[in-house]
Design a protein around this ligand. Sequence first.
Ligand code: FES
Length: 74
Amino acid sequence: MPTEDERRTVRLTAGGPMLVQGPVRIETPTGEVVESDRFLVAICTCRRSKAYPLCDTSHRRKRRMDDRSDEPST
Ligand code: FES
């Protein structure tokens, strides 16, 4: 049983990545393994990242385009 200090925090963000305390070892459904020693690792949940499974902020581009679709057409 992990102690309170050993517990990792996983934070889900709205429309963005899953933030996980590092270091981490990520195993994808295709069997690829990606490791990161960063203090906080952003894991892509939108599948648009060119660095998948790591977030490259591509999710922001989609959101901006979605925002434009809400604008009235002229
Ligand atoms: S969540 Fe950031 S690129 Fe997918």
